[in-house]
Design a binder for this molecule. Structure first.
Ligand SMILES: [Zn+2]
Length: 130
């Protein structure tokens, strides 16, 4: 996924890309009927479409009108978001989407980590209230 940080004073101002990695954790009690906290296939059903939506796109802050204009001219896949595209904000984006998924009542916490490189990441967690 490609992005740029419009407000960055250094190199990240330039359009560039990352092979992002994301880790998603679900925490909760084991359902006595299934023996699982959450079925891996359900995890995939929740997370894969979110990743697919952003894979090989340019993610663009809605305030970056010049980049929106140029990427549109190039007819290149892009996703416009209401936030500066830092790892921190991308974490919040995924956390918000994943927490809105239909999850078993046993799930009490979701944690998302987004890695831009091998050494840099942001993460946050959200407790679910039922
Ligand atoms: Zn970057």
């Amino acid at each position: 996924m490609a992005h740029r940080l419009q407000c960055h004073k250094g190199k990240c101002f330039n359009l560039h890309g990352h092979s992002y990695k994301m880790e998603v954790e679900f925490e909760g009690n084991i359902d006595v009927n299934t023996g699982m906290v959450l079925d891996y296939f359900d995890v995939k059903d929740i997370v894969a479409p979110l990743v697919e939506n952003l894979d090989h796109t340019v993610i663009i802050w809605e305030r970056d009108s010049i980049l929106i204009e140029k990427i549109t001219e190039l007819n290149s896949n892009h996703v416009i978001v209401p936030f500066e595209t830092t790892a921190e904000n991308i974490v919040e984006y995924f956390l918000g989407k994943i927490s809105k998924a239909e999850l078993p009542k046993e799930i009490v916490k979701i944690k998302v980590r987004v890695c831009e490189t091998e050494n840099t990441y942001a993460e946050d967690e959200k407790f679910l209230t039922k």
